[in-house]
Design a protein around this ligand. Structure first.
Ligand code: FRU
Length: 646
């Protein structure tokens, strides 16, 4: 049976063989979805980039088609979009048989210049010809890529969003015919800029389902510089008047009001103490005076907010301060300052020599606006400790700000909005001409950090299950919410329900809902537990935890024991996202489980985490757990799914 190899996703699209990255040009056309993708026709790592092709009647069952747009001697075919040119505005088809037109980035092999080019199909997407007048936009740049094109009915023109990757900008163009393009405006830098901006997307969405309140969403994928330090998708909500995108949030970063304990960026910190050997120009152990703590990292051009250590354990400890506000908010890396050198890090809050709060980072992870609720510690004297347990090579902690504040910074002040906090969501792009007016997005379910080393053969990479997007007002602002498209229901084969269960401290409660293809909906409730959640793919000492940390108020996916992980030191880790429980302490979860992935939707899809995992095929148990106290499983419904490849 095809598609039955170990780790082969059973309802996520993956190519039969060879390397895949970004989804390209998804479009609905004449009753079928067409999905193209960055593809190496002759290898299982990145190279020879061409467009692969697959079709589906329902976004669930895919049939791989012959290679659509191959590379050639002069160019590789990078990411882009496909439009249906209904009126034959391009003249590349005929009036009676209008063409599908692909707009892609041509990577010139001779000089690495990236320019925008066209290919077209007059047989419904099966065969493609490159346009003889290519390129259609060439500004001589080596970082100008990934056009997304759509028909703007208001301006009656083709509109393109394309990335100036190194400048952290999206540039907009318009065209009457897909061949001649006029620059409209630029957006950026804004939000997260800790990596290259790639694969932009721009589309309108109704706010709270009200068609009279439409906002525009600009998705900007970024690599690295995501919430875990690697590749990720951020988004901006705003207005697009046909020419200019204006975000609702000001792009300038405003620190939350409150007592600043340390701001390494502008030097308003008091003396911290360090252990371990500091690297480079920083002084060794001892009290670090003023500016010396702030060691500029040679040549990187980034802000002077690094503390570098050599290959040994090091830590930084703040002077004592009194907790007189309910929240402690902080950034370590993230936003504009990712930790560019992989470096396991923990941040502790210490009272009377005891660690009372901790947040652990991991290789390359940024802690972007983590906040601790410290109301229960009011009046206590505390210290902050940043621990770097770098064991090989050198690394640096990039500390930004510690602020005692009246309110959590997250939700009210944010430098970037993340579509997905997991490690494996990138190059998200939405479907053109989706028939039911939905906005459906597909992402690459892999990471540039370790993607070419994942233990799958003869293919590498899958796409995320398609998600339907909406905007919902939360904390007074429209935020992106996502749900797996309802077509997932096609695969349901049976349901298991679990009655209300108390989760005792420290013992797993196995659930009847086992299987490796599942769509789980659960409500958990915090009791006295510090940590609680659901485990999937359990067995043989393996487990993948989807849980909640009440101390840090974060939902997380823990894949440190999920199965094969030696592919990269960056793989085994915990991805976290800020999330406040509701007033009853409840956590609503939807978890979509495939053989080698989990997609976690919390708070009705406002907070999403997508992670690959590589468990043994026999590890297909499901359980619930609580630690540090008891918690409750109020309800759990597990839809068993069947494979889409049968
Ligand atoms: C994103 C990306 C794009 C580029 C393509 C090349 O993952 O780097 O910017 O077009 O992949 O394969």
């Amino acid at each position: 049976r095809p598609y039955s190899e170990t780790y082969r996703p059973q309802f996520h699209f993956s190519p039969a063989q060879n390397w895949m990255n970004d989804p390209n040009g998804p479009i609905w056309y004449k009753g079928r979805y067409h999905l193209f993708f960055q593809y190496n026709p002759s290898g299982n790592t990145w190279g020879n980039m061409s467009w692969g092709h697959a079709t589906s009647p329902d976004l669930v069952h895919w049939t791989q088609q012959p290679l659509a747009i191959p590379q050639d001697d002069t160019e590789m075919v990078f990411s882009g979009a496909v439009v249906f040119d209904k009126t034959n505005s391009s003249g590349l088809g005929t009036h009676g048989n209008p063409p599908l037109v692909a707009v892609y980035t041509s990577l010139h092999k001779s000089d690495s210049v990236q320019a925008q080019a066209l290919a077209y199909s007059t047989d419904g997407g099966t065969t493609w010809k490159k346009y003889a007048g290519n390129p259609v936009i060439d500004i001589g740049s080596r970082d100008f890529r990934d056009p997304k094109v759509f028909w703007n009915a208001k301006t009656r023109s083709w509109t393109m969003a394309v990335a100036l990757s190194a400048e952290h900008k999206v540039r907009f163009y318009s065209s009457p015919d897909l061949k001649h393009w006029t620059e409209l405006s630029e957006f950026g830098p804004a939000g997260a800029t800790g990596g290259a901006w790639e694969c932009p997307d721009l589309f309108p969405l109704a706010v709270d389902g009200d068609p009279s309140r439409v906002k525009w969403v600009l998705v900007v994928n970024i690599n690295p510089g995501g919430p875990q330090g690697a590749s990720a998708a951020q988004y901006f909500v705003g207005d697009f008047d046909g020419k200019t995108f204006t975000p609702d949030d000001s792009s300038t970063y405003t620190p939350p009001a409150g007592e600043v304990i340390a701001d390494f960026e502008d030097g308003t910190y008091r003396s911290w103490t360090t252990t371990g050997t500091a690297f480079g120009s920083a002084p060794a152990a001892g009290t670090l005076p003023g500016q010396q703590l702030v060691t500029g990292y040679q040549g990187s051009g980034l802000a002077n907010s690094f503390i570098d250590f050599d290959a040994s354990t090091g830590s930084l400890t703040s002077p004592e301060f009194t907790i007189d506000k309910p929240y402690l908010n902080f950034l370590i890396g993230g936003g504009n300052h990712p930790i560019s050198q992989p470096d396991p890090t923990a941040v502790n809050l210490v009272v009377n020599g005891k660690v009372v709060r901790t947040t652990t980072g991991q290789d390359g992870e940024a802690l972007d606006w983590t906040h601790w609720n410290v109301a229960d510690l009011a009046g206590q004297k505390a210290q902050i400790q940043i621990v770097d347990d770098n064991t090989s090579g050198w690394g640096h902690i990039n500390a930004d700000q510690f602020v005692l504040a009246d309110a959590p910074a997250l939700g009210s002040v944010q430098r970037a909005h993340w579509m997905d906090y997991g490690a494996d969501f990138y190059a998200a792009t939405s479907v053109n001409d989706e028939p039911r007016g939905r906005r459906v997005v597909i992402g690459w379910m892999n990471s540039w950090q370790y993607g070419q080393d994942i233990p799958t053969s003869p293919w590498r990479s899958a796409d995320t299950f398609p998600r339907e997007l909406a905007l919902r007002t939360v904390h007074g602002k429209p935020q992106l919410v996502q749900q797996p498209v309802q077509e997932l229901n096609i695969l349901r084969t049976g349901i298991t329900r679990t009655a209300t269960t108390v989760l005792p401290d420290g013992t797993d409660v196995p659930l009847a809902a086992n299987g490796s293809l599942l769509d789980i909906t659960a409500t958990l409730r915090a009791g006295t537990a510090k940590d609680f959640g659901i485990k999937v793919h359990t067995g043989a000492g393996q487990e993948t935890r989807i849980g909640y940390d009440t101390a840090t108020q974060e939902i997380y996916v823990d894949r440190t024991r999920s199965g094969a992980s030696s592919l990269s030191p960056a793989f085994a880790g915990v991805q976290r996202a800020p999330l406040t429980l509701d007033s009853k302490g409840r956590l609503d979860l939807r978890i979509v489980v495939d053989t080698s992935s989990v997609e976690v939707y919390a708070d009705d899809g406002r907070v999403v985490l997508t992670d690959q995992i590589f468990p043994d095929p026999s590890s297909n148990g499901v359980s619930a757990y609580a630690e540090g106290g008891t918690a409750h499983l109020d309800s759990l419904r597990a839809q068993r799914l069947r494979s889409a490849w049968r």
